[in-house]
Design a binder for this molecule. Structure first.
Ligand SMILES: C[S@@+](CC[C@H](N)C(=O)[O-])C[C@H]1O[C@@H](n2cnc3c(N)ncnc32)[C@H](O)[C@@H]1O
Length: 510
């Protein structure tokens, strides 16, 4: 690594969304200064994804031919073969991800040694990125834990994993750090005490927590609200740290807390993210991807039976819609199944990408010629009709139906369907709006991620979810389909991270 470059230390790296975006950020003269030195991730499949991507980035940085990488994406060679064909790049990529999944708190000896070595070798600027796991903070996690009588928040080590992060700040003394978390971190309590002010205090003065000596202090900035006094940034409202991704060109309402820590000796004030003058809809983000049909779960699956079931549903659905809406709206919808669809598609469609130009350049790799991770899951036959109903409803109303909108005959046999707890048990991602938050729940069932096309009757594929998260199309997710959904749902949108990367460049090279 050259010293003009910025060393990136990526903790809790997931599939690498934050690292991908940051490393794509360029200086005004087109140079990419960020170089990931280490990515730490404990999940086996996310780690594999990270390593494949590290390999790809390294091939590109070294201007080596990408043919073998594309051959791997096309399924022409295995990943082992790919790595064998480029042994030096493979060694580097494996080293970057520590030759295996590693856990902070458990494998600290090895992780800390590698960080110390990198910091010793690298005399230039350093950036620490990553968010400690959010399950313990997250609002969903808390409501789950509320039902668990034996759960004691202060004994949950995940609450304190951010201290692992503080430990690494002390080891690396980075110029800048970026800490991402769910919005629940703003209100999470331990012993009745809201933790966020304490977390901010700890991050401003990490040495006071870890007891390391001569640790610099940090100024903590919001990326969306200007500090009244940039020398000593304080914010009236903790929600000032909340970033609403849909305002920054991401086709998804993802609201996350991101803290920007700047070492006290750095006198430049960070800019805030620039609001995007347009919002990107689900349809703009995914409509050029090939059509797919869903499969059947719990019964034998084949295209003919799917077409028969969806044709039967279409007639029933027309009757339902005519009762609920006016004849004209109901008649205007085409609900018949698209014929000849598969559950998995790797060939590009002939549809033109519909996203804004800047995003097109971000997603599309003209040399890729294959669609990755684009496969549907199976659904219960009764749910197919509910999916078609949601999609048809959204075409008429431009919103997703709540359970109270469902006609009685479509109500599932849930005891609490009508009680309000499941007010939106099914949610269609409305074509002309940005998506709702893509979470790792998408790995469990597709009910919140129904595709807007009633003729496809299905939930989103991993690739479509990855588009909503702004992963470039040549980013491959490793592991089973379920593992891939988890990774995509956990990530920071790389397109947002790239914008943060540009702010860091301005801070470091003013
Ligand atoms: C929210 S995700 C991170 C997303 C990532 N920053 C991105 O942009 O793609 C958190 C990740 O931390 C990992 N993780 C949780 N505890 C960990 C630990 N103790 N050590 C290493 N990784 C951990 C989880 O497996 C998960 O992939």
């Amino acid at each position: 690594m050259e010293n003009g470059e910025i060393l990136v230390i990526d903790l809790f790296a997931g599939p690498g969304g934050l690292g991908e975006g940051i490393s794509a950020a360029q200086t005004s003269d087109g140079k990419s200064p960020f170089q990931i030195g280490i990515s730490v991730e404990k999940d086996f499949h996310a780690h594999k994804t990270l390593t494949t991507r590290a390999f790809f980035r390294s091939l590109k940085t070294k201007s080596q031919p990408l043919d073998n990488y594309y051959n791997y994406l096309h399924g022409k060679i295995t990943r082992d073969k790919l790595f064998e064909l480029h042994p030096d790049i493979a060694t580097e990529a494996n080293q970057e991800t520590l030759n295996g999944a590693k856990e902070l708190g458990k494998d600290n000896k090895l992780i800390h040694k590698r960080i110390k070595d990198l910091v010793k070798e690298h005399k230039g600027p350093k950036v620490l990125i990553g968010g400690p796991p959010c399950q313990a903070y997250s609002l969903a996690g808390r409501s789950r834990n509320a039902g668990n009588k034996s759960y004691v928040a202060e004994e949950d080590t995940r609450h304190f994993l951010y201290k692992e992060y503080l430990e690494v700040i002390c080891l690396a003394k980075p110029d800048i750090f970026v800490m991402e978390n769910v919005r629940g971190i703003l209100t999470a309590k331990v012993n009745g005490q809201v933790m966020f002010p304490q977390i901010l205090e700890d991050l401003r003065s990490p040495g006071s927590v870890t007891k390391h000596k001569k640790i610099p202090k940090y100024k903590i900035y919001s990326l969306v609200v200007d500090a009244e006094n940039p020398e000593d940034p304080q914010y009236k409202d903790s929600a000032d740290f909340l970033i609403r991704c849909e305002q920054y060109g991401i086709p998804q309402a993802r609201h996350r807390v991101i803290l920007l820590g700047v070492r006290e000796d750095i006198k430049t004030t960070p800019e805030t993210l620039k609001l995007c003058d347009h919002q990107v809809s689900v349809e703009q983000a995914i409509s050029d991807l090939p059509n797919l049909r869903s499969g059947f779960s719990k019964q034998k699956d084949n295209a003919k039976d799917w077409e028969t079931a969806v044709t039967k549903n279409a007639a029933k659905l027309k009757r339902i819609l005519k009762k609920q809406f006016d004849q004209e709206s109901a008649n205007s919808l085409n609900l018949k199944p698209k014929i000849g669809l598969s559950r998995i598609e790797t060939a590009l469609s002939d549809k033109t990408p519909a996203m804004p130009e800047s995003l097109k350049a971000w997603y599309i790799d003209p040399n890729l010629n294959v669609v990755l991770n684009h496969e549907t899951r199976g659904h219960m036959v009764d749910d197919l009709l509910r999916y078609a109903y949601c999609a048809a409803y959204a075409q008429i109303e431009s919103s997703s139906p709540k359970s109270r909108h469902f006609p009685k005959e479509l109500a599932p046999a849930h005891a609490n369907w009508d009680t309000g707890t499941h007010a939106d048990r099914f949610r269609v991602q409305v074509a002309n709006k940005y998506a709702t938050t893509v979470t790792s729940h998408i790995s469990k069932d597709g009910h919140y991620f129904v595709h807007y096309d009633p003729q496809q009757c299905r939930s989103l594929s991993v690739r479509e979810a990855a588009r909503l998260q702004t992963f470039p199309d040549n980013y491959i997710f490793e592991g089973t389909r379920t593992n891939q959904y988890v990774q995509v749902g956990n990530a920071v949108p790389p397109y947002l991270a790239q914008q943060i990367g540009k702010i860091i460049i301005q801070l470091i090279f003013p």
